[in-house]
Design a protein around this ligand. Structure first.
Ligand SMILES: *Cc1c(COP(=O)(O)O)cnc(C)c1O
Length: 557
């Protein structure tokens, strides 16, 4: 003890001596400056090397764009993209006789309005030809639209925000949630909420875990760990709610998350780990049990994103197509699941369910403001007022199909997807990504430019999803591809075979025009330019004068 106090006295004397030539105010100011600098350095170090590098890149490119935007072709890239978007939208609507950019002075009769509506409906794509990936998941069900419309019509003006006025819709909503919870084998505490779509379900789960981590675990610098293949809605949630997102690599062979990398990203600030069942890009199921086994002893919640394939994967066991991978609430440690009723549940768009293993998580998702002069305000989801008719449409869909109906549609859809996967893996030059067991089949090629295949298939009317990092395409198989002895799935395989055979003859050629977009955009180091181009798309989308711009554009060339 004496030894220590001697050392301390000596050190203090040394410090006094060191600063003896300075005025007290100088010592004070420099001390504060040191403290501030130290904090800045600590903040920088907390980011980790990848983020420091990314931030430096952002700053660098910001000045490049600011001072050399013209020289580097940045401005031109935006202008060219804008023109292509104007062409895309304008070519479809420029034949319309009129554009209404303001309220008509005198109202139109209901007949007139409906007749205009009908004309505009004809501009929408005819989805009965089976050329789309996902998008409209039912199809080939006679009279289904009329049936759903009728159910929704009866509940047209309802708003679940005012549950007192709309008791019927409240009952339907609680039943839809409960049915989904049972589909995923939730325990007696399991619960949930209906939302407007997968993105909202995901935003809410992440918001709940951020609050839960803050209130129960004292985490003030929240981090979320996901696979790179997790849906972009997780990135969106993190950006919206100020959470740091850590992306784990995917195994290039299996397309599942690389568990070793995932484990290395988990820290004491991790609020949740996400697995997908299956993920959007390649339709592959992450190792949910492994993720949960890792997270559970650490007290970290696990979210399973079953937005896409929820209504397929939940019925695989009953369809006699049991999967090796477990994914639902029976896996200890899985604390929430998102499942889109508006995909393979065949419900109208604007419908999804977020489920929790326990109400203590759901509680953290809700927003409350007890001090508002407008009243004690509370809302469980992002929206205030909500559409009750979608609740009714979803309830009607689920009551109509029932378990047997979904078992049938799921197994038909999965069989069609497995047929496509098997046939595609036999096509020369083409590789199926991972081992797809559900409804999505992704393909890549190490022989030819895969985006040329997308363009050729487009010529044959197919609209496939284009993927990147790595370059690939996918088809989300829907009920329409499965019905009539897989008529459309068979045509798809035939067209793929023909296109690939042609591509093999010219395998060294690169894609040109719009087909080259995805290939070249992956090589642009400044990702902000790509993001800006994507934003420009919506500037054009919202432009009421797009037809006029389209005509000016086509006249000028
Ligand atoms: C579609 C999808 C979502 C998001 O759904 P939206 O309904 O488009 O908001 C989330 N995760 C996966 C895997 C999806 O396929």
């Amino acid at each position: 003890m004496d030894q220590v106090s001697v050392h301390v006295t000596k050190s203090l004397a040394l410090i006094d001596q060191r600063f003896s030539s300075m005025r007290p105010c100088e010592v004070l100011v420099s001390g504060m400056a040191f403290l501030y600098l130290g904090q800045q350095v600590a903040a920088l170090l907390r980011q980790g090397p990848t983020e420091i590098f990314e931030n430096a890149k952002c700053v660098f490119f910001f000045y490049m764009r600011k001072y050399f935007g013209g020289l580097l072709g940045y401005d031109q890239a935006i202008a060219e993209a804008t023109d292509s978007f104007v062409k895309e939208f304008g070519s479809k609507t420029s034949q319309c006789a009129q554009t209404f950019d303001r309220l008509p002075t005198a109202g139109n009769t209901r007949e007139e309005v409906l007749s205009m509506c009908k004309k505009l409906a004809e501009l929408n794509c005819d989805f009965s030809k089976g050329q789309y990936s996902g998008s409209i998941y039912h199809g080939g069900m006679d009279g289904y639209t009329e049936f759903i419309n009728e159910a929704m019509g009866m509940h047209q003006w309802t708003n679940p925000l005012h549950a007192g006025q709309f008791a019927g819709v409240r009952k339907m909503e609680s039943e839809v949630i409960s049915m989904c919870v049972k589909m995923f084998n939730g325990g007696e505490n399991a619960c949930g909420a209906m939302t407007s779509g997968g993105t909202e379900s995901i935003l809410l789960a992440i918001r709940a875990y951020k609050e839960y981590a803050k209130n129960e675990r004292g985490i003030t610098r929240p981090e979320l760990v996901v696979s790179v293949t997790a849906h972009a809605a997780f990135d969106k949630a993190c950006e919206y709610f100020g959470i740091r997102i850590r992306h784990a690599n995917m195994d290039p062979q299996t397309c599942k998350v690389d568990m070793k990398h995932l484990r290395s990203l988990v820290t004491s600030n991790t609020i949740c780990i996400v697995g997908s069942a299956p993920h959007f890009p390649h339709g592959i199921i992450d190792p949910i049990t492994q993720i949960a086994d890792f997270a559970r002893p650490r007290g970290i919640p696990v979210h399973v994103d079953a937005c896409l394939g929820g209504f397929v994967i939940a019925f695989m066991e009953k369809a006699g197509l049991a999967l090796d991978e477990k994914f639902d609430f029976r896996v200890p440690g899985v604390t929430s699941i998102s499942c889109d009723t508006h995909k393979y549940g065949f419900a109208p768009k604007g419908s999804s369910v977020i489920m929790y293993s326990d109400p203590r998580y759901r509680k953290e998702q809700m927003y409350t403001q007890p001090n508002w002069p407008g009243g004690i305000y509370a809302s469980p989801t992002l929206a205030g007022s909500r559409v009750g008719n979608v609740v009714a449409g979803t309830w009607a869909a689920m009551m109509h199909h029932g378990e047997e109906g979904y078992v049938k549609t799921s197994s038909a859809i999965v069989s069609a997807a497995r047929f496509i996967s098997k046939e595609c893996s036999a096509i020369e030059g083409l590789q199926v990504m991972g081992k797809p067991l559900l409804s999505v089949v992704a393909v890549k090629s190490d022989t030819f430019d895969i985006y040329r295949l997308a363009a050729m298939m487009h010529e044959k009317d197919w609209e496939l999803n284009q993927l990147q990092f790595p370059s690939a395409l996918h088809l989300a198989v829907t009920n329409l591809h499965a019905v009539n002895d897989m008529e459309h799935a068979r045509r798809f395989v035939r067209d793929m075979r023909d296109c690939c055979a042609e591509l093999l003859l010219t395998k060294d050629e690169k894609a040109t025009g719009s087909a080259a977009l995805y290939g070249t955009s992956q090589q642009v180091p400044d990702r902000k330019i790509i993001a800006d181009i994507a934003r420009t798309y919506f500037d054009v989308y919202y432009d009421v004068n797009v037809d006029g711009r389209f005509e000016a554009l086509t006249k000028s060339v």
